[in-house]
Design a binder for this molecule. Structure first.
Ligand SMILES: CC(C)(COP(=O)(O)OP(=O)(O)OC[C@H]1O[C@@H](n2cnc3c(N)ncnc32)[C@H](O)[C@@H]1OP(=O)(O)O)[C@@H](O)C(=O)NCCC(=O)NCCS
Length: 229
């Protein structure tokens, strides 16, 4: 995708995904994770079947182009461990484990913005829509695995724990984790083998949480803390 100067770009809107968006989402995945398995039409259709409200795209209004997407499901966190992999949290990408009856946690399974548009606020728009969804559904929190996108630059001298601590302290910037920390997320812990096809993160992710204050204060929820974060 070729970057256009911001003066030529149309405004970007976030809306619920439809089947007509699948080709654009698949193209976006291939641009962001070249060489890794992409979302398939069957998986994207399954997401729409189980939880249409949780599937969002960001669209350039002037061209209709899909420039971002976010995919979420509701999980009962007690069914999982902090160390659970992305594959298990998403039932191998199908969201068959979506549990809106018992679940209180919106799980962020995917968020991506076109490489040409990163750093222009589209991810912030997608996260605002995700947050609004969590509030609308009265959910307690959003959790996700933040892939440590820039860890490979530091992996020779820092452990993943040391790297995350430096990002949390603001001494290093990780284009994924720093973005999420600025959106109000906190780190709960660090997991290895979270993503199988991600050389940039070396498979490491920070488990992160955003708390819906309204529900948390009503229920006296004490957010989990992790030493050092
Ligand atoms: C993470 C991601 C979704 C963020 O979306 P985005 O549209 O780039 O985010 P925004 O433009 O809203 O930027 C948010 C912040 O990050 C900074 N930022 C984002 N991308 C940046 C980049 N490439 N270079 C420098 N800063 C960047 C922005 O300056 C901004 O700072 P602020 O919080 O002080 O305003 C996007 O970078 C992306 O698709 N990354 C690749 C896929 C990925 O790693 N997804 C996360 C999976 S866990």
């Amino acid at each position: 995708m070729t970057a256009r100067p911001s003066s030529e770009r149309g405004s970007v809107v976030v809306r619920q995904t439809t089947a007509a968006d699948f080709a654009g989402i698949i193209a976006l995945t291939q641009a962001i994770y070249p060489g890794a398995p992409s979302w398939t039409e069957a998986q994207l259709a399954a997401h729409l079947r189980v939880f249409p409200e949780g599937q969002m795209v960001a669209v350039d209004e002037s061209t209709g182009e899909i420039v971002g997407m976010a995919a979420s499901l509701i999980v009962l966190w007690d069914d999982y461990e902090l160390t659970t992999s992305w594959r298990d949290f998403t039932a191998s990408g199908t969201f068959a484990n979506h549990d809106p009856v018992h679940g209180r946690t919106l799980y962020g399974a995917e968020i991506m913005v076109s490489p040409a548009l990163q750093g222009h606020g589209v991810g912030t728009q997608l996260y605002a829509a995700r947050e609004a969804l969590a509030r609308r559904r009265g959910l307690l929190r959003i959790r996700a695995g933040a892939r440590l996108r820039d860890y490979h630059h530091h992996a020779q001298r820092l452990t993943a724990e040391e790297y995350v601590a430096a990002v949390v302290r603001g001494e290093l910037v990780d284009r994924t984790l720093t973005f999420q920390l600025r959106r109000g997320f906190r780190v709960l812990g660090i997991v290895s083998n979270y993503l199988r096809h991600d050389p940039e993160s070396r498979g490491y992710a920070a488990v992160i949480e955003w708390v819906n204050d309204e529900v948390a204060s009503r229920e006296g929820y004490e957010p989990m803390t992790w030493p050092g974060y």
